[in-house]
Design a protein around this ligand. Structure first.
Ligand code: GLY
Length: 373
């Protein structure tokens, strides 16, 4: 078996890359489970560089850039597959329940406005006008019209169909064990006892990248468990994404309201816990007491892949033909189209945007050797 490019990992990142490279290249996508069933499937789908960021920086710039690619990305997917991924551009409201939280929102508004972004500070009355069913006694809020959302499971469905239509060879239940190389160049991937040959390998294996042998540099991803759930919302009680502390409420186009999310450092443990689900529900009811009567539809967990410095690793790695696209932590859905462009530039020897320097995979080798000094 031989392919031009082997993509390891069938989450949003791996599938977005695989479809972008096909059909010009013959692409094999290896997924240990079924495509799109892990962290990407668990995501709420907020496309929120502004409400997620504490400060300006490379990750923030990357998020803005990737978000700007979303309208084109989703309309191409819709034209190609017929799947509407429910892209919504109705903004995100962040709430402050006390003076310290309001000071934090003012600080965010100030630095974001300084660089020309829209971030509207609201008093309690203005928050109530925007979201009348909230019951949290909000000191105020910050509205980010530029933050958007998408429905991840639809997006994953569209990406998988697109991969099929473009002739990507998608292999489920195919856990890559090792990247094979000789004389500093990639030769392929081993799955169990089977060797699959190809001159380029793109590792998009999320939290499982650290168990892959043969990587140069080695990757130490940490799974960060998110517990999350959905409720049935009988009417339009919550109109847009609303965030408060670590909580978010995300209304879908049908009657679903997503409530997320915990962020836990507990290895590969996938359990839902009383504290996790209870905390989400208590927080959601404080935000809008009507939520207490909404039926619970589904609860689930996902493992976000986090690298030691919290940044993704995207681009050329330490073997000829080896590329990384991993470690997207809380932002895999948002960063998918931007990641495709960085990987494509690396494969074709084109210049990448300046911020991509911060995500160089080779920094992982430097931090390991610095730790050992
Ligand atoms: N991006 C939101 C989360 O990871 O929970």
């Amino acid at each position: 078996m031989s392919h031009d490019t082997i993509v390891v990992g069938g989450g949003v990142i791996g599938m977005a890359i695989a479809r972008a490279l096909a059909p010009e290249r013959s692409v094999l996508l290896l997924e240990r489970d079924r495509p799109g069933r892990q962290a990407s499937w668990a995501a709420a789908g907020m496309l929120c560089p502004q409400s997620e960021a504490e400060e300006d920086g490379d990750l923030f710039r990357f998020g803005l850039d990737s978000l700007s690619m979303y309208p084109g990305f989703v309309s191409e997917l819709r034209d190609e597959t017929g799947v509407d991924v429910e892209y919504r551009a109705d903004g995100v409201l962040a709430l402050a329940s006390g003076r310290d939280e309001m000071d934090d929102l003012r600080r965010r508004a100030a630095w974001q406005r300084r660089i020309g972004l829209d971030a509207k500070l609201l008093d309690g009355d203005a928050v109530a006008r925007l979201e009348p069913r909230l019951t949290l006694q909000a000191e105020g809020g910050l509205f980010f019209p530029g933050d958007h959302q998408v429905r991840p499971r639809r997006l994953l469905d569209a990406l998988e169909r697109s991969c099929m239509l473009r002739g990507v060879d998608v292999a489920s239940d195919a856990a890559a064990a090792e990247v094979l190389s000789a004389a500093g160049a990639v030769r392929g991937v081993r799955v169990g006892a089977t060797e699959i040959h190809g001159p380029s390998v793109i590792v998009a294996a999320g939290a499982w990248a650290s168990s892959l042998e043969g990587l140069v540099p080695r990757v130490e991803t940490r799974p960060r468990k998110g517990q999350i759930l959905s409720l049935r919302m009988p009417g339009p009680d919550i109109r847009r994404v609303v965030r408060w502390r670590h909580l978010y409420l995300v209304p879908r186009n049908d009657d679903r309201l997503i409530v997320g999310g915990t962020d836990e450092d507990v290895g590969f443990d996938r359990n839902l816990t009383a504290a996790g689900v209870g905390g989400l529900l208590d927080g959601a009811r404080r935000m809008a007491s009507a939520v207490g009567a909404f039926p619970i539809v589904e609860t689930w967990t996902g493992l976000r892949p986090m690298l030691p410095d919290g940044l993704p690793a995207i681009g050329e790695a330490g073997l000829d033909g080896l590329y990384y696209a991993l470690g997207h932590y809380r932002n895999g859905i948002l960063l998918a189209p931007g990641t495709v462009e960085i990987v494509r530039a690396a494969l074709e020897g084109d210049p990448a945007p300046a911020y991509a320097e911060a995500f160089r995979p080779m920094r992982l080798a430097e931090s390991v050797s610095a730790d050992r000094v």
